[in-house]
Write a protein that binds this ligand. Structure first.
Ligand SMILES: *Cc1c(COP(=O)(O)O)cnc(C)c1O
Length: 366
């Protein structure tokens, strides 16, 4: 099997470096091409790069009705040597397969996922926005394509990778905290459900809670377990807090928490960060009491998009507000953000194998 290239004619694609005048935002832009692969007759086949454009699907497409669809999110960075490097992309490939298993989608050999992602970045490398803190956001996803009205696993699927040239999430300064709504009314996941996967339906299910958060003046929701006693995670980020001795605590991964690669990285970087990073079950009542007693001094979220999102306060559905420390971004949170983004941007050497160079194959002239 070989990747086939059906590229746009040269005059219709970017041929000069992309030098935007202002921050290009997150997830808004697209590049010239996308990578596709299809599953039919019991196997993944036909890997190809084609112009970015609409899909043709039937009204009976099973994804539209039953939501059999999963996705990933990763980033690639431009280093000072002029080359583009992906960050821990092998972890995303493994997690896509874990999500696939959870919603009965056939797995894709990580070798093919990575080959597709790299070939696509290579072809569209001129789309990398030449601005401070920018990245190419990588969105691989798989969706059912069978035209059938019945709740059963589809017999055919499409795997697609698209790229979004994105700007620095925080602009120049990393100094804003957000407020989270602690909800006892809405839940993201239950044990035995699909919480551990990036299944599309999980995000549709979170919209109503997101609306409630906005109504409370909060940016996002902090979800509890179904008994409303343990802290789980934020809608698209894991949660963390920092105790006054500098210990970073991330809730233990269960099948109701998405295993964040950002969290995993902070756990792996403990030594480089000079911080003790642990995973524990976090009880809500104790968490709030410890904030009020000054035992917990910082908190936030971990996820690919923002990397680290500092939380300044929590609000409950009854309007009660709990402020963490002085409500500002703390020193430990800043350190984690700096070390992780420095590794991503090639300013600091990270553990072996985290950054992978996207090789050049001269496909641009094909
Ligand atoms: C994607 C996601 C995260 C963050 O995972 P990263 O690998 O760090 O991007 C956390 N929670 C949920 C529910 C997610 O969908």
């Amino acid at each position: 099997m070989q990747i086939e290239y059906q590229l746009k004619p040269l005059e219709q694609r970017r041929t000069e470096p992309f030098i935007p005048e202002s921050n290009v935002g997150f997830g808004l832009l697209r590049t010239d091409h996308m990578f596709l692969m299809d599953y039919r007759d019991g196997q993944w086949q036909d890997p190809r790069i084609v112009p970015y454009g609409p899909f043709e699907i039937f009204p009976g497409n099973m994804t539209l009705h039953y939501g059999q669809s999963i996705f990933e999110g990763a980033k690639a960075f431009l280093h000072d040597d002029g080359e583009i490097y992906t960050f821990r992309i092998d972890q995303n490939a493994a997690r896509l397969n874990r999500s696939a298993e959870i919603v009965c989608i056939p797995e894709i050999d990580p070798k093919w996922q990575l080959a597709g992602i790299r070939a696509l970045i290579d072809v569209d490398r001129l789309w990398f926005p030449q601005q401070q803190g920018a990245c190419l956001y990588i969105r691989p996803f798989i969706f059912a394509t069978e035209d059938k009205l019945s709740v059963s696993p589809s017999k055919s699927y499409t795997f697609c990778v698209m790229l979004s040239p994105s700007g620095a999430y925080y602009g120049d300064s990393f100094d804003k905290t957000i407020r989270l709504l602690i909800t006892k009314k809405y839940h993201r996941a239950v044990s035995g459900g699909t919480g551990e996967s990036k299944a599309a339906g999980n995000y549709a299910a979170s919209l109503r809670a997101g609306k409630a958060a906005a109504e409370h003046g909060a940016a996002q929701v902090l979800y509890l377990d179904s008994t409303n006693t343990q802290i789980e995670e934020v809608g698209a980020m894991n949660h963390f807090h920092v105790r006054k001795d500098g210990t970073v605590v991330i809730p233990t991964f269960t099948d109701t928490i998405l295993k964040s690669i950002t969290s995993r990285s902070i756990l792996d970087l403990g030594d480089i960060l000079g911080l003790n990073v642990v995973q524990e079950t976090v009880m809500l009542d104790q968490f709030i009491a410890d904030i009020e007693a000054g035992e917990i001094i910082e908190a936030g979220g971990f996820g690919t998009a923002a990397v680290v999102s500092p939380v300044g306060s929590y609000i409950f559905e009854d309007g009660r507000i709990v402020t963490v420390g002085d409500g500002e971004v703390g020193q430990y949170t800043k350190r984690m953000y700096k070390v992780l983004t420095d590794i991503q941007q090639g300013k600091l050497a990270g553990p072996d194998g985290w950054m992978t160079k996207v090789e050049r194959h001269e496909t641009i002239s094909k």
